[in-house]
Ligand binder design. Structure first.
Ligand code: ADP
Ligand code: MG
Ligand code: MG
Length: 896
């Protein structure tokens, strides 16, 4: 029973345990009673009972039903009503509720206890025939669809006909006689579909409804949802039996749902929808036009004032934004549910910061409340404003609806979930467009880039699900006329077919025809800035970024990076003006020619480095010397062969001597490129002539790069910039490699500094990306002032799995089959690669206690890997500029 929950006592303080046993709904109902919130009397059947029932293939655990009846007796005495009594009948709802909220995924049956006899009693009691028959038809309808699986559409057709017959605009206008007729039809349908009569015994109703709720735990949509939301399948659902209160008792009655703060933006005011003279699902079903909660203030001021106070108290008690369901019966407020509200990433950030400011939570809690994944959603792309303006002036703006889940999404229209899923599997971007969404649509919503509905409000199913999974969504776009028969959508005079492109702006609710350009989001949200500044106070790890060009470095800096952990110097080699020189350098065997070619590249490199130093003024910039095998700079030999045979054919058709000469010249050039490419060919290029090996065999490359770095450093230092270069050697496996490279570097650095008359403070270090380097880190540390773990290569070489092939091959099967728990290229493998890192760090710091250790692999932006880096005592993580805010937050989470 809600007000004497023994389990709650047993689990005193163990909120997780209470929710596990009573479900979120039951646990919170009990908790609300405990703190004095008006809740109708009721009790909860535990998840344990459900699990036992499911394990026993549909047999109630011993004594359960008797206990249910006993509890019902207590509810009878609390309410002064009697279950099944013809004079003062007690009606109840039978509600599902799991440990983690799964909105709408499982079943609930309302108005249990209504029979032909008790209906008459209710009428005598309330004097309201219309209300009673409306409730009765709802029972048959819900029971019919939930318990025995009759399609709801059959029932809705009957109601449609009744509406037409009475020329009623909405269900609320159907008369008592109308509903009576509907009930007769419903019972016929029930008999037709099941072969038996609708149970006129309230205890049979309760028993079957309890079972149906148990079973709904394993319903398809609940399973799909759990898979997507990563909820364990063995938790089971509880069943809460709650005394019915009636929002459909006339114009002083209402039912609604609300959030204590805005779930899209986080603004601090109650948001919600309600309906007068309605019951339960009417509000979320999107069938009737709902009213905004603010209207309730004028319509029922006393009830609204109480509601506001309850909302405030709930927030204070739970210290969280709440999502509540309520009913007002003849002016009296009843709370039917509360839970932590789902919200967008934007709202999560704002609510956490506001609640810390309000003193409800600490700054630490505020930081912990925003997950790194939410931070990721926060940074999702938005539409380019100019692209939107152009689309508008071209008349491509279709409509505007409710902006319930932010972000920009483009895709082709799919009008149902299965098609959305299918197309997405085929690699298409899809926008799922529906009149409204139901729990059965979740698989399509997950597959889609964005969601668009013509009905529903901020608390509709589509809105909740979209927000939870970070899918951009716009709902309630009434301008959309969706015709499922013709499979098309009409907006005024425009007809959109399945497969046409749409752009949906979940940030402000705009919907466009076509595919609009997107841009990177604005990081200057004041709440985000504050939250991240708190995160910075708590984290121990530094957060650096991988950036090759000044624009990337600038973005990294704007996002809060404290250094450049990896500049891949070879990226600059690929630029159009430079590649020919690089190729010449590779092609020639003459040292002079090679030096000439390198000298041509040098000014470019110098400029690039100078730009980075200027942006990163006062912060470290790690520049990695040339890493990839040289063949990557030459054209692919398959292409070369094809081009050669092309030229041969054209030679045969050449019509002038000049043409022949030209072609022959081309042929020779390509042929020698091919020869060189062939000679550079290695069976395992990733384990071949690359990284430091290249630097040792072709030392001129190292010399040129070092010169470029130090010329740039001197130049920029003279401008008054605080330059902190760190030169990094890739792919070291033996200390001797470093010894040689260091000597080369120091000589060249010194001569540049002498020439320029500037002294630059710099560091020399190495990547640790081969197991041998980690294992001999003490030797290596003698020559390296810093380590940077290249966890991509380190994972590849530790596992012996090629990172270039694995993720499209067997590794996927491995993960699906559970052979490996995670993709080691996404999250660092703690036991293997993590152990090597630990060895590397401890051996390195034995020799050099102040050794700077960081990580620059893809893992640097992965929250789970960041937690490991924190535990290992790394100095910093370095990740893509876009992931810097995520890393700042994840690093704080690791430290708290
Ligand atoms: P869900 O988990 O799908 O939200 P609920 O068990 O919360 O299902 O029930 C859905 C709706 O039914 C509620 O929002 C509420 O409006 C209505 N409802 C449930 N129990 C009662 C009750 N005892 N009295 C009145 N309305 C109820
Ligand atoms: Mg509910
Ligand atoms: Mg590497």
């Amino acid at each position: 029973l809600f007000d004497e929950v023994e389990q709650a006592e047993q689990y005193a303080g163990d909120w997780d345990g209470v929710r596990g046993l009573l479900g979120g709904k039951g646990g919170n109902l009990a908790e609300m009673v405990r703190i004095g919130v008006p809740v109708p009397p009721g009790f909860t059947v535990t998840t344990e009972a459900c699990n036992t029932y499911l394990e026993a293939n549909g047999i109630f655990p011993e004594g359960m039903w008797e206990q249910e009846l006993e509890a019902l007796k207590v509810v009878e005495s609390r309410t002064g009503k009697v279950f099944g009594d013809a004079k003062r009948p007690l009606l109840v709802s039978c509600r599902s509720g799991a440990k983690f909220s799964m909105p709408g995924m499982m079943d609930t049956v309302l108005n249990i206890g209504l029979t032909d006899e008790t209906a008459l009693g209710m009428i005598a009691l309330t004097g309201d025939e219309r209300f009673v028959y409306d409730s009765y038809r709802r029972l048959i309808q819900m029971f019919g669809s939930v318990v025995v699986g009759i399609s709801d559409e059959m029932f809705e057709e009957v109601i449609d006909a009744a509406r037409k017959k009475e020329r009623a605009e909405s269900d609320a206008e159907i008369s008592a006689n109308g509903w009576k007729e509907v009930i007769r039809e419903f019972k016929k349908i029930y008999r037709l579909k099941t072969g038996i009569d609708f149970p006129n015994d309230p205890y049979v109703q309760l028993k079957l409804a309890t079972e149906a709720v148990f079973k709904s735990w394993n319903g398809k949509r609940a399973m799909d949802y759990r898979k997507a939301a990563n909820i364990s399948h063995d938790l089971g659902t509880a069943v809460s039996i709650v005394t019915m209160v009636f929002g459909n008792m006339g114009d002083d009655s209402a039912t609604g749902v609300a959030m204590t703060r805005n779930g899209s933006t986080g603004e601090k005011h109650i948001e919600g929808d309600y309906l007068t003279n309605a019951q339960g699902e009417d509000v979320v079903a999107g069938i009737r036009m709902t009213k905004e909660i603010s209207q309730l203030r004028t319509e029922m001021p006393a009830a609204y004032a109480e509601f506001e106070e309850v909302a405030r108290n709930l927030e204070k008690h739970y210290r969280e934004m709440q999502d509540v369901e309520f009913t007002i019966e003849k002016g009296k407020l009843w709370m039917l549910q509360t839970r932590d509200g789902k919200r967008t990433a934007q709202a999560a950030v704002r609510i956490a910061v506001d609640m810390a400011d309000e003193g409800l939570i600490s700054k630490e809690e505020a930081v912990l409340r925003v997950s790194p994944e939410q931070m990721d959603f926060f940074l999702h792309p938005q539409f380019d404003r100019r692209a939107k303006a152009t689309a508008r002036s071209n008349g491509d703006m279709l409509a505007n609806g409710l902006n319930v889940s932010p972000g920009a999404a483009c895709g082709v229209v799919a009008l149902d979930a299965d098609l959305a899923e299918l197309w997405s599997k085929e690699g298409k971007d899809v926008i799922m467009v529906r009149p409204e969404t139901k729990p059965d649509d979740v698989h399509g919503m997950l597959a889609a880039e964005g969601i668009l509905t013509s009905r529903g409000g901020r608390t509709s199913h589509a809105a909740l699900v979209a927000r939870q999974f970070g899918k951009p969504a716009v709902v309630g776009v009434s301008a959309l006329e969706i015709d499922m028969n013709k499979r098309q959508v009409q907006v005024r005079d425009k007809v959109i077919h399945e497969g046409d492109w749409l752009s949906v702006d979940g940030t402000n609710g705009d919907v466009f025809l076509g595919k609009l350009a997107t841009i990177v989001p604005d990081i200057r949200d004041p709440w985000l800035i504050r939250l991240l500044s708190w995160a910075d106070q708590f984290r121990k790890l530094g957060v650096w970024a991988n950036a090759d060009y000044p624009v990337d470095a600038q973005r990294a800096l704007d996002y809060g990076a404290e250094g450049i952990g990896l500049c891949r110097s070879e990226h600059m080699f690929f630029e159009p003006g430079r590649l020919p020189h690089v190729q010449k350098m590779i092609m020639t065997d003459l040292p002079i020619e090679r030096r000439e070619a390198l000298n041509a590249v040098l000014p470019f490199q110098r400029e690039d480095f100078a730009g980075l130093f200027r942006v990163m003024d006062g912060r470290p910039v790690i520049i990695r010397l040339l890493d990839p095998p040289l063949h990557e700079f030459l054209p692919n030999h398959v292409d070369l062969r094809r081009e050669l045979s092309d030229i041969k054919i054209r030679l045969q058709h050449a019509d002038s001597l000049q043409k022949v000469d030209e072609l022959l010249d081309q042929f020779k050039k390509k042929e020698s490129l091919l020869k060189r490419a062939d000679s550079l060919h290695e069976a395992n290029p990733m384990l071949g002539m690359r990284g430091v090996r290249l630097g040792i065999i072709v030392p001129e490359i190292t010399t040129m790069q070092v010169r470029a770095i130090f010329e740039a450093a001197c130049l920029v230092a003279k401008e008054g910039v605080d330059v902190r270069p760190e030169v990094m050697i890739p792919l070291t496996t033996h200390v001797n490699e470093l010894k040689i490279q260091r000597e080369n570097l120091e000589n060249e650095a010194k001569s540049v500094m002498d020439e320029k008359g500037v002294a630059i403070d710099y560091k020399f270090g190495t990547m640790i990306e081969l197991p041998r380097a980690a294992l001999t880190a003490n030797e290596i540390a003698e020559y390296a002032e810093f380590f940077s773990f290249g966890t991509n290569d380190l994972t590849q070489t530790t596992y012996g799995i090629s990172r270039d092939d694995a993720e499209s091959g067997f590794l996927i099967d491995y993960i699906e089959k559970g052979v490996l728990p995670d993709n080691p290229f996404a999250t660092i493998d703690r036991n293997g690669v993590g152990q090597l890192m630990e060895i590397g760090i401890s051996k390195g710091r034995e020799i050099r206690p102040d050794l700077e250790c960081g990580i620059c692999g893809e893992h640097g932006g992965d929250p789970a890997s960041i937690a490991l880096c924190h535990a290992l005592g790394l100095s910093y993580v370095s990740c893509s500029p876009f992931r810097v805010p995520i890393a700042r937050l994840a690093a704080a989470h690791a430290a708290l």
